[in-house]
Design a protein around this ligand. Sequence first.
Ligand code: ATP
Ligand code: MG
Length: 423
Amino acid sequence: MQKIQAIRGMNDLLPENTGHWQYFEKIILNLAKRYGYQEIRFPLLEKTELFTRSVGEVTDIVEKEMYTFTDRSGDSLTLRPEGTASCVRAAIEHGLLHNQSPKLWYRGPIFRYERPQKGRYRQFYQVGFEAFGEKTPEIDVEVILISHRLWQELGIANHVALEINSLGSNEERACYRKELITYFEKHQAVLDADSQRRLYTNPLRILDSKNPALQQLIEQAPKLLDYLQADSLNHFTKVCQLLELAGIKYKVNPRLVRGLDYYCQTVFEWVTTALGAQGTICAGGRYDGLVELLGGKATPAIGFAMGVERIIELLFEFKKLPPSESLADIYFVAIGEQAKAKSLVLAEQLRTTALHLKIIVNHNDSGFKSQLKRADQSGAKLAVIIGEDELNQGKATIKYLRVEKPQQQIEFNQLIQLINNDQ
Ligand code: ATP
Ligand code: MG
């Protein structure tokens, strides 16, 4: 039979690597608790309209990256291409925003039809944090501090840099938009097809273009920051001051516009030079208009999402992953049917009393040597050997696999005590 392979750009996470992800997730779980964030889980599938309305029609995601299909009842559904829209939808739907300012976080797979390459997949994982109901610069900075603390705890703080910008209010952006169109119109010949198409629909997105041929033009374009009025400017200045007060280094990047439509005011990215072209590991910003846009009561909000694959890759790169755990502490080697039954029962008794022990029992009929080899490969410290002799004497043989220590025989009913004392 021909083998069936996974879909391009969708990865299996193999047992040798799941430990790394669990390590990362444990840190996230703890971090979220320490800042008062509660986990929310929402479906992988949503009505397509949720994303076209929130992410924006003229964005990479909606134009060409969504996995959209019609289900059996004729509804257009989309595999979530990001988390914020679903998070907001769920928060509105369940009244989480009524007289409350919830802080939520989520994790899980995200789907985008992109050209697969290192750090860019069609199914990838994000962890996101969202804080609702607060509009002060302090919350903006607290959100950035969460991500900063994460890099510290992961040991990669020296390898990532913070870039920030302000997108101002809708009115300010509308004003800037006109100027930007005028500017790009003058250089229309240089624009690529994507940018030509966006010139009148979403010119800000041209600033987000990754096309090297456009970088100089983008560099010289008018800057949004110059179009901010007092309120937005004050907010942004305060964010910068608070970051300095908190000892967080940052760079103002006037080209930072983010790939989605719903952002306003503060936006930020954490970038690294260690991953080649896919350098953004975490991105976020304020989205004060989104709740209302999705049918809720106007609620300020700010959040960020990070790409887990890119972060794990960084941890690999800088050797910051903890050594992998052994599979077992105790490995039962059993020869013969009766011995196998005895091992099964003894191991189960042991699991009842020693909750911390990892115990593997060999259940197949392979020979002594091959079982012992597996015991060794499991990383176990002890092999408990039960064969015919042992059964006759009512004793198990204990073989120490990691230390120079003579093997010993121990009565079955004392085995549990010995192991408990030994470990
Ligand atoms: P990029 O500019 O790299 O395309 P983006 O602006 O589309 O990123 P966001 O929508 O802000 O990315 O998603 C947040 C984070 O998710 C990114 O910073 C990145 O770490 C990660 N990410 C985005 N797309 C992918 C992908 N296709 N594969 C793996 N990780 C991704
Ligand atoms: Mg993208």
